[in-house]
Design a protein around this ligand. Structure first.
Ligand code: ADP
Ligand code: MG
Length: 344
């Protein structure tokens, strides 16, 4: 199967919304009046972001999901994406399920595959997504209604969607750190391999949230981006955050037994710094609590209030007794690709 056969068979689809899809030198998208394009790229490299033997259907899902998650974080509606693919060989048995996982998620979000590039090389998948947001929203000072990292105010509540840390827990189990009960491992592994981008919630939060980011590298790290861009600090309530680790909360023996078996530190690290969650962390003033609840309801996405933004530019974790613990004492490191010495 040649390059063009491969593109035609697996990646050429009707694109009713795009002016022009796969087949020419460029794809063409019509921008709607009053709307802005939101654009984001994410690359997934075998051996670094996923195990090379990952179920290709799950991988197809994940590589689009992580991109849709960036659109969600900006409150953008997905429109289209391009797919740049380096493949060691044109293996139909791999390509068919990969395309299935990818295109099923694309269809679920009305996001059209409009082009890409295909080459031989070590397995590497790079997607660029295009979405749209209204140019002017509720915040008249900004020339956009997109949710940014920079808009948070001191006193804002901090929320996170869904659950946190299960993907990181599954990764540790797959790396052999411990064995989880089969049912919990199945659910945790599903979080790692087939994350749910919070696209509907992101859009529902436009005009409600003051700042938003998606949690790809760990809660504290991604919240840290909001703190930095907003010039603020935060207090996070661990008692509210730890129950978001679903495997721990659902552990048959109870949370104390979970901690005894897998380590309280493991639970904390997975929740606070685990990575691969693809949830949204966002801020909103306390006056917007009803509006946040409404956005959660409307998007059928649970959200939990976990802390408060503060003027003092430090990140504090509060334990069950309201005592402040410094994140440094927990040896938490959110994932940073260049943090490990010598890594590429
Ligand atoms: P060019 O050489 O002009 O960059 P190509 O010959 O690489 O174009 O690609 C031919 C067409 O197929 C283009 O429209 C391109 O966008 C599309 N395409 C290539 N690879 C993919 C892919 N993996 N998925 C979707 N479309 C692709
Ligand atoms: Mg090309």
């Amino acid at each position: 199967m040649g390059e063009f056969d491969l593109i035609r068979r697996f990646f050429t689809r009707p694109t009713p919304r795009a002016v022009l899809g796969v087949g020419d030198d460029c794809a063409l998208l019509q921008s709607a009046p009053g709307m802005q394009m939101a654009i984001s790229t994410d690359m997934l490299v075998a051996g670094r972001h996923f195990f090379a033997d990952t179920d290709p259907q799950h991988l197809g899902h994940k590589c689009l999901a992580v991109n849709l998650s960036d659109l969600a974080a900006c409150g953008a509606r997905p429109l289209a994406f391009t797919l740049a693919l380096a493949l060691p060989q044109a293996d139909e048995a791999w390509l068919a399920p990969f395309a299935k996982g990818l295109l099923q998620l694309a269809d679920a979000h009305g996001c059209e595959l409009i082009g890409g590039d295909t080459t031989r090389g070590p397995l590497n998948i790079c997607i660029t997504v295009f979405g749209e947001v209204p140019a002017v929203g509720a915040a008249p000072l900004l020339p956009t209604s997109a949710l940014l990292r920079s808009g948070a105010q001191a006193g804002d509540d901090i929320y996170v969607s869904g659950t946190l840390g299960d993907a990181a827990l599954a990764l540790r189990a797959l790396q052999g750190a411990f064995t989880l009960p089969a049912n919990l491992m199945g659910a945790a592994r599903n979080r790692l391999e087939q994350p749910t981008p919070r696209v509907a919630l992101g859009q529902a939060l436009r005009g409600v949230a003051t700042a938003c980011a998606d949690v790809s590298d760990g809660l504290l790290g991604d919240l840290g981006h909001i703190l930095e861009r907003s010039g603020l600090g935060a207090q996070i309530d661990i008692e509210r955050t730890l129950p978001l680790l679903a495997a721990r909360t659902n552990f048959a023996g109870g949370t104390a037994q979970f901690d005894a078996q897998f380590g309280h530190d493991t639970a904390l690290q997975c929740v606070l710094a685990g990575g691969d969650d693809y949830e949204l962390v966002f801020c909103a003033p306390p006056t917007q609590r009803d509006a946040v609840a409404q956005a959660a309801l409307q998007s059928a996405t649970p959200v939990t209030r976990i802390g408060t933004m503060r003027a003092e530019q430090t990140l504090q974790l509060l334990d069950g007794q309201g005592r402040a613990i410094s994140p440094a004492s927990l040896q938490l490191a959110s994932f940073d690709h260049f943090a490990a010495a010598g890594s590429p």
